[in-house]
Every structure is written in structure tokens, then in C-alpha cells.
Unconditional design. Structure first.
Length: 311
């Protein structure tokens, strides 16, 4: 399926793309702050389809080709610090509700959900507020929203708060600088795959204004720790040991908050998904989903119980 636009309710249109066989167990991939769905590279996605999954990636609101909200002012730094926002500012709950609308538009009742960074936060909210739509949860390099765990290193703030340029070369340089600040130590910030994804993101939509509103959504949503105690979906938490954007303490706090959650720490990985870490990350997520599907089949589940095998 090529990229398509879907009306998901409340005046929001979302751009999404599916890969693989729609009759296979569905996996919804949710991307992070200011990132477009192409950050889930096709090669990464195909690793899951080759393992018998139907994969959907999409642009969150205020990113890529989905609906933007220019009527909501981009928050100023002082507003971010004080966590006082425009009354029209949306929350993570709104972004999770967008995904519910997308699932409805796609005719999917219940999916495996994996989210990275802010995408992990959206996935967590989806599992707490819409539990009947979630077969399993994978929270990648994310946190609970607590101010005391999983916070960025202070030296990363200046570059993260800098608005992305609208010129392609300057935009690529900006992305490389961010990657150097928060990516895996030792990983080349100008990696060809990373540059390819960044260039494609610019070509799809270079508008940088949505990132500030998404950040405000995170901060305005507060601490999810209590809500995470209610998560009933089998949960995997994946986090890099060298994450400078969301410290490992955020992943540990998430695993502690969710009953029965498994924590998998990837040695040396930062706030990114380098190709060299794909086998471990993808294999761990695929094994988690495989286990859940096996349990569902054993309990007599019918819908979406297609046999799931590793490559």
C-alpha cells in the first residue's frame, strides 16, 4: 500500500502506509517528536513483514503529511519551562485518539503497538485509555512523563530547541547536529541512511512548527506513572544504555510502572535506532509479539490469529 490520507475524526487527516499481508497480525509503528513516519525506514519495516507481520507506519498530527495546527501558537521556551500553554493546546491523549481513528479507518480492531520516544508515550496512552485496541505494547527509548526519571542531559537542550532551517543543506546540517548530540556514541552522524531519511523528510514536508506543539503536548500531559499501573497488554520496554535524550532511568521507570513489563537494555545504543542494533531490537520485539500471538492462539482467539513465524 502506498501512502494514503485518512480522515480520523475531529478534523484530523493522517497519512499512513501499510506493508506486508493485511491478513497477518498487525503492528502499528508510532514515531517520535518532530519525526515523520519515514524514520521507520522501509528496510527496518521489511524485517517485520518478513517475520509474518502486517506493518503500518504513519505521520502523527503536526508532522509530515498529516494535519497541522497553525492556529495553536508554537510555545515559547518560557511556556515550556512553566508548562503553561495555549488553551487550544492538544495532549498525548488527543494524539492517541488520532491513532484510534486511524485504526477505525483501516478496519483494524486490535493491533500490536510499538512507539519510539514520544511515540512510546503515545503508545502508552493508547494502552491505558483504549486497552481494547492493543494486543501488545512495546515502548522504545521513552519514559513515564515523570520529571525525575528519563530526562535529557542539560547540554542537549540548546540544539533541541533550535528551529529547523527551511533550506535543504542547512536542514541536513541541523539534523546531523541533533544526531551527533543524542545519537549512539561512535555512530557516524552523517550516516548515508540517516541522510537519506532526513532528505526524504524535508522533501515530504519541511515545516518545523509542529515540533514545538508536540513537545507542549508531552509536557502538558504530565506524569503517566499511575495510569501505567493499569496497562493490561503484555509489555516490552526497550532502551539504549547510552541514551542522552531520554536517560535509561526513563525506561526503567516505565518497566517498573507497568505490571509484568520486561525491560531490554541495548548496550551502547543512544536515542536512535542504528542499523547495527536492528537485529537485536527487531528480534526482541518480534519475539515479544510472537509470544503474545502464541498465547492468543492457545486461548482460542480467532481474529488475527494467523500463524506467526520468525524468519
Amino acid at each position: 500500500m502506498s501512502e494514503q490520507l485518512y480522515e480520523v475524526g475531529r478534523g484530523v487527516t493522517m497519512c499512513a502506509e501499510g506493508f506486508g499481508n493485511p491478513s497477518d497480525p498487525p503492528l502499528l509503528l508510532v514515531m517520535g517528536l518532530g519525526m515523520q513516519m519515514v524514520r521507520w525506514h522501509e528496510s527496518f519495516v521489511r524485517e517485520f513483514t518478513d517475520r509474518g507481520l502486517y506493518v503500518i507506519r504513519f505521520d502523527n498530527r503536526d508532522s509530515g503529511r498529516s494535519t497541522f495546527f497553525p492556529e495553536i501558537p508554537v510555545p515559547r521556551p518560557v511556556q515550556l519551562v512553566r508548562r503553561r500553554f495555549d488553551p487550544r493546546q492538544y495532549r498525548l491523549s488527543d494524539m492517541a485518539l488520532d491513532t484510534v481513528g486511524l485504526l477505525d479507518a483501516l478496519g483494524l480492531e486490535k493491533v500490536h503497538v510499538a512507539g519510539a520516544s514520544m511515540g512510546g508515550m503515545i503508545a502508552q496512552v493508547l494502552a491505558t485509555e483504549h486497552p481494547r485496541r492493543v494486543r501488545s505494547l512495546t515502548s522504545i527509548m521513552s519514559n513515564t512523563g515523570s520529571r525525575w526519571q528519563g530526562q535529557p542531559a542539560l547540554k542537549t537542550y540548546p540544539i533541541l530547541l533550535r528551529r529547523a532551517p527551511r533550506d535543504l543543506d542547512a536542514y541536513l546540517a541541523h539534523q546531523v547536529a541533533i544526531h551527533a548530540a543524542i545519537g549512539s556514541p561512535g555512530a557516524p552522524p552523517n550516516d548515508p541512511l540517516f541522510l537519506e531519511i532526513s532528505r526524504r523528510s524535508f522533501e515530504r514536508n519541511p515545516d518545523p512548527t509542529g515540533t514545538g506543539r508536540q513537545l507542549a503536548a508531552i509536557l502538558a500531559s504530565g506524569d503517566r506513572t499511575r495510569a501505567l499501573h493499569r496497562v493490561s497488554a503484555p509489555t516490552l520496554v526497550v532502551h539504549g544504555s547510552a541514551d542522552r535524550m531520554i536517560a535509561l532511568s526513563g525506561g526503567r521507570a516505565t518497566a517498573r510502572a507497568i505490571p509484568g513489563a520486561e525491560l531490554h537494555v541495548v548496550p551502547g545504543m543512544g536515542h536512535d535506532l542504528p542499523r547495527e542494533n536492528w537485529p537485536e531490537v527487531i528480534g526482541t520485539i518480534a519475539d515479544h509479539i510472537k509470544s503474545v500471538e502464541r498465547d492468543r492462539s492457545g486461548s482460542g482467539a480467532r481474529s488475527g490469529s494467523t500463524p506467526f513465524t520468525r524468519r
